[in-house]
Design a protein around this ligand. Structure first.
Ligand SMILES: *Cc1c(COP(=O)(O)O)cnc(C)c1O
Length: 224
């Protein structure tokens, strides 16, 4: 199979699984957008997926995304780029210039830095607050009990465009409880979007109302 045939058939298969999971769900979100997670994969594979019809892409490092997507975005203005990895304060300016969405707002200092970058650039990507639902010490994200305070600071005091919550469940847990927790927090805070679900668990995430699923290996193959 050629790269373009393989990309098309992988994309079609994932889109069909997303549709089927939505149909099986009692209360699916109004939509579920597919973010193709292209970290570690080269521009050729990304372009093949764009040709197959994919427009939303996720990267977890600012520098890697800048190297790959500055040119791709200029050539394909319809692309929507999502930062799904942790963001250091010194990369905020680059991230604000490049990404349409940032899924990793997880601390007050970062909210302040984003507000400053918005003042300077006149624009700010849409933001998800990342929640460490498993309260894992090594993982980024605000803990559930501090989520409301961070959302109030970012959205209400700093007037940042906070649109939803994001989580990455602990590898060893059944993901459903984490997706349910994230959905409850978002509902209580009046947030519309839920970024949850990866290659191994996106169908479960859809059952709990995911609006954005982040899928890498099931679309691109295993990473090196
Ligand atoms: C890599 C990554 C994904 C995609 O993971 P797959 O298991 O390859 O689908 C999703 N979300 C985040 C935050 C990631 O870093």
């Amino acid at each position: 199979m050629s790269l373009s045939q393989e990309s098309q058939s992988r994309l079609d298969a994932i889109v069909a699984r997303i549709d089927a999971a939505r149909k099986r769900s009692v209360r699916p979100a109004p939509f579920t957008h597919l973010i193709a997670v292209s970290k570690t994969h080269g521009v050729e594979k990304i372009e093949a997926l764009i040709e197959a019809g994919q427009t939303r892409f996720g990267e977890n490092r600012v520098q890697e995304a800048k190297a790959k997507f500055t040119d791709l975005k200029a050539r394909h203005p319809e692309l929507e780029l999502h930062l799904i990895g942790p963001l250091q304060s010194n990369k905020v300016r680059d991230a604000v210039a490049l990404f349409d969405y940032i899924h990793s707002l997880d601390r007050p200092k970062l909210a302040q830095a984003l507000a400053e970058a918005r003042t300077q650039s006149g624009h700010c990507p849409a933001l998800f607050v990342q929640v460490n639902t498993g309260e894992e010490p090594q993982k980024s994200g605000v803990i559930p009990s501090e989520t409301a305070a961070l959302v109030h600071l970012a959205r209400d005091e700093l007037a940042l465009p906070v649109v939803g919550l994001m989580c990455i469940p602990p590898a060893e847990d059944a993901p459903a409880v984490h997706f349910a927790l994230l959905a409850n927090l978002a509902r209580d805070l009046g947030l519309e979007f839920l970024s949850m679900g990866m290659s191994a668990d996106f169908e479960t995430a859809i059952a709990f109302g995911a609006t954005h699923v982040r899928i890498g290996s099931a679309l691109f193959g295993e990473r090196d």
